[in-house]
Design a protein around this ligand. Structure first.
Ligand SMILES: Cc1ncc(C[n+]2csc(CCOP(=O)(O)OP(=O)(O)O)c2C)c(N)n1
Ligand SMILES: [Mg+2]
Length: 344
């Protein structure tokens, strides 16, 4: 059995969150979790097609990073595991669900499906089916801030980009090329590796010469940090520091969030390769339960209030399903629309 990495300790006293902030983080993670659970149900009922990759277990990463950013202003770039990043970025659950159903009202007008969530309005730069494909896109978005500020003389340009990808993506050449350029040009970007230990059925330590990914930042003279990706308060604290560095023009950060997916790689994966012992190590670290315990222990919320949020979010998701079901499919006469930018 492979030894688990020691999760970095986080002193909760450093979290310093208000009740409102705590409840928002909780709500965002519950939204992600319940949305994905509903997705699984709808997938097995034949309401959506193709590969669907769920985010259960990893919610603290999306919420901790994206909710520390300026919504609709900063940029978020995802992977094929993108529903929850889209939700954290503010894309309405209705539009994400409708996209999964292939409907005209989806955030990519039903043309993208599960792996291609996109919203110009919410500065969501997309989900990408190809591993590591979002890294250069997010790096380019970060470059626009630098270009505006330094070449066009717009002193107010300070948008930050967050680029999410998996442990598997870190063995792809684009990762190294982009980190080099981002460090060289001090681009305002957070490279957020969601190290969930697996790339489909390939165990991370079998594929990677240096499994501690955050250490690779040092090769580029970049800040690199590991964080407990099951603790939203720890992720948020690390993200806040990296965002401040990026906005101040001090360059990028590589954040390695140690996390775990609670389901198979995709809904087509029987999940037979991961050991029982490994699951028993990670499943009790449920990030939603961890935050709920923090909020109640610090008298920021009581269980009844949290259950109230759960119920309200379930309503939001039920509404999203109804909206998706009753929305029209794209008209076949529009098959060639939205291929070029002038149609958007
Ligand atoms: C360039 C490329 N190679 C291979 C694949 C097939 N593939 C899809 S997901 C995946 C695993 C990626 O794992 P990781 O980056 O750790 O992300 P996770 O699924 O764990 O979130 C692979 C190899 C792909 N989509 N794109
Ligand atoms: Mg992975």
């Amino acid at each position: 059995m492979v030894q688990e990495r020691t999760l970095p300790e986080f002193n909760v006293d450093q979290a310093n969150i208000t009740r409102e902030e705590g409840l928002l983080l909780y709500e965002d993670m519950v939204l992600g979790r319940l949305f994905e659970d509903k997705c699984a149900e709808m997938y097995y009922r034949g309401k959506m097609f193709g590969f669907v990759h769920l985010y259960n277990g990893q919610e603290a990463v999306s919420t901790g990073v994206i909710r520390a950013m300026r919504q609709g202003e900063d940029y978020v770039c995802s992977t094929y595991r993108d529903h929850v990043h889209a939700l954290s970025a503010g894309v309405p659950a209705r539009e994400v669900m409708a996209e999964l159903f292939g409907k005209e009202t989806g955030c990519s007008k039903g043309r993208g499906g599960s792996m291609h969530m996109f919203s110009a309005q919410h500065h969501l730069l997309g989900g990408y089916a190809f591993v590591a494909e979002g890294i250069p896109v997010a790096t380019g978005a970060a470059f626009t801030t630098k270009y505006r500020r330094e070449a066009l003389g717009d002193a107010s340009a300070d948008r930050v980009s967050a680029c999410f990808f998996g442990d598997g993506a870190c063995n792809n050449g684009q990762f190294f090329e982009c980190l080099n350029m981002a460090a060289l040009w001090k681009l305002p970007i957070l490279y957020v590796v969601e190290n969930n230990k697996w790339a489909i059925g390939m165990a991370h330590e079998r594929a990677t010469s240096e499994p501690e990914i955050y250490k690779k930042a040092a090769a580029f003279g970049m800040a690199g940090v590991e964080v407990d990706g099951m603790d939203v308060l720890a992720v948020r604290a690390v993200a806040q520091e990296a965002i401040a560095r990026a906005r101040a023009g001090e360059g990028p950060t590589l954040i390695e969030a140690l996390t775990y997916r609670f389901r198979g790689h995709s809904l087509a994966d029987p999940d037979e390769l991961r050991s029982k012992e490994e699951k028993e190590f990670w499943f009790p670290k449920d990030p939603i339960k961890k935050l709920a315990a923090y909020l109640t222990e610090h008298n920021l919320a009581d269980q009844e209030e949290l259950s109230g949020i759960d119920h309200r979010i379930q309503e939001v998701i039920n509404d999203a399903v109804q909206f998706a079901e009753s929305s029209p499919e794209p008209d076949p006469s529009e098959l060639y629309r939205y291929i070029f930018a002038e149609d958007s």
